[in-house]
Design a protein around this ligand. Structure first.
Ligand code: NAP
Length: 486
């Protein structure tokens, strides 16, 4: 029998976090937050306007010199405390994520562990900010390169990983010595405020991290980007919104890191270990119920294996327990909102109208909540929309291919380039195909790439810059070169 993860939601902060204090929005307006598992209202959070945004930038500006001057060791120790507090409060945070996002509690626990690792990793990176020194080729000057914090940073995050996308930005920003304003997604503000409370408890000084929720993201973030004191935008979200923000950032020539959408191919060659490929497919497709930028979006399987792969994947997908995210037995929770269900349903309907066969799922179950059944589609036509768009749901379209060249061509036939999954026992083929695929990341015989110690990011329309690893720290730093002679 399944039980529910417990959480007393009354303890979760719901007001703006500015200068270390919890503040009502100046308009007095609130935004309702809903539980996708039952469509009930969970809480209502403050709705910031441009005046609140200015107050957040004021607070970040006031805290900036002190934080930049704080020793790397002290910044590292504060980040270590953030890590420890997040690990010790993991169960509450996971329940909160599951309540507001809908994801299965097991996925939420995985997210908290992943999110906490960014604090740990950047606690370690804070004391590894090295410079460079060289002699100019003429021998007439010494070249010193020093890395300095880029400055006040606007961090905008999506709803699909409300904790991990926040810590993946806050961790390196703090390690680098930057102060920041976090603008979480409207669907999942409670996790962001819970993280703010944790940062305060860990000793992050007032004003170093500020959090704003708003129902008018464009206007409020626009006003922050127009403020000449703000020097950095780190955005994770859709390619469409990323484009709008890059245009806005152009006016102030703001340093931008953009983690955008994906359309990951999952390629299975006929020499692959099929057991491993099925396990990997379940992770790559069903982590977070398919609501991940790294989610396998298109399954390309070499013709000799395609029938067996499809039927085995369908039996695994069809057996998943679909239920309220906080129930302990749940393996697939609801999608985030009604719009997401409608989008997934219309993509499946389009594929079916163009000849696809539903092997399992293919519909929303009749119950309250934003659910869609795990679905496998076979014989998907190349012009089906779901091969070209992010599905962002529990749907696996399978397409047969014949040759390695065809697999590479199909994988690259997208404007996106975030991640690709490749299964083969032939190492030379694996490396050859990995090099030929246009994407920032490759999972070779694995269903997961996310790792705080690795540079996460995409090419083409999937983004600019990298998060995680030392690369993620440098996104929040500027190189300063000093030319001298002695
Ligand atoms: P989204 O609609 O682009 O929203 C992302 C964030 O941007 C939210 O906080 C949103 O606030 C805000 N926003 C929306 N319009 C804005 C505007 N005009 N100006 C400033 N901010 C604005 O994306 P989403 O639906 O939350 O997340 C799903 C997308 O994120 C998918 O495309 C997924 O692939 C991508 N993603 C990418 C990565 C990666 O690392 N590459 C990781 C996770 C997710 P509101 O909620 O108020 O609209």
């Amino acid at each position: 029998m399944s039980t529910k993860a417990n959480l007393n939601i009354e303890n979760t902060p719901i007001d703006l976090f500015i200068g270390g204090s919890w503040i009502h929005a100046s308009s007095g307006n609130r935004i309702d937050v809903f539980n996708p598992s039952n469509e009930q209202r969970l809480a209502s959070v403050a709705d910031a306007d441009e005046k609140d945004a200015r107050a957040a930038v004021d607070a970040a500006e006031k805290a900036a010199p002190g934080w930049a001057a704080t020793s790397p060791r002290k910044r590292s120790e504060v980040l270590s405390r953030c890590y420890e507090l997040m690990v010790s409060d993991a169960e509450n945070l996971a329940a909160l994520i599951s309540l507001e996002n809908g994801k299965a509690i097991s996925d939420a626990r995985g997210e908290v562990a992943y999110a906490a690792e960014f604090f740990r990793w950047y606690a370690e990176e804070a004391v590894r900010i090295n410079g460079e020194i060289s002699i100019s080729p003429s021998g007439l000057a010494r070249t010193l390169v020093q890395y300095q914090p880029v400055g006040i940073s606007l961090l905008i995050t999506p709803w699909n990983f409300p904790a991990a996308m926040a810590t993946r930005k806050i961790g390196p920003a703090l390690a680098a010595g930057c102060t920041c304003i976090l603008k979480p997604a409207t669907e999942t503000p409670l996790t962001a405020y819970a993280i703010a409370a944790l940062l305060k408890k860990a000793g992050v000084p007032d004003g170093v991290v500020n959090v704003l929720t708003t129902s008018r993201s464009g206007k409020v973030c626009g006003s922050i980007l127009e403020d000449p004191r703000v020097r950095k935008l780190s955005f994770t979200g859709s390619t469409e919104v990323g484009r709008i923000l890059l245009r806005k950032a152009a006016d102030s020539i703001i340093n931008c890191s953009m983690e955008l959408g994906g359309n990951a191919p999952f390629i299975v060659f006929e020499d692959a270990d099929l057991d491993q490929a099925i396990e990997g497919a379940m992770i790559a497709k069903m982590r977070n119920g398919g609501e991940a930028c790294t989610a396998a979006n298109r399954f390309y399987v070499q013709r000799a294996l395609v029938d067996e792969f499809t039927s085995r994947l369908a039996s695994r997908m069809g057996a998943l327990i679909v239920d309220d995210g906080v129930n302990t037995g749940t393996q697939c929770g609801p999608l985030v909102n009604r719009g997401a269900v409608n989008k997934v349903a219309s993509l499946v309907d389009d594929a079916v109208a163009k000849g696809a066969r539903v092997v399992t799922g293919g519909k929303a179950p009749e119950r309250a909540g934003f659910f869609y059944l795990p679905t496998v589609l076979a014989d998907v036509s190349p012009d089906a929309e779901l091969l070209n768009e992010e599905i962002f749901g529990p749907v696996a379209p399978v397409v047969a291919f014949d040759t390695e060249a065809e697999a590479i061509r199909l994988a690259n036939s997208t404007e996106y380039g975030l991640v690709a999954y490749v299964y083969t026992k032939d190492l030379a083929r694996g490396m050859r195909v990995s090099e030929a695929i246009e994407s920032g990341m490759i999972a070779l015989n694995r269903g997961l790439v996310s790792d705080p110690a690795a540079p996460f990011g995409g090419v083409k329309q999937s983004g600019l810059g990298r998060e995680g690893a030392h690369h993620g720290l440098l996104e929040f730093m500027e190189a300063k070169y000093i030319s001298t002679n002695w």
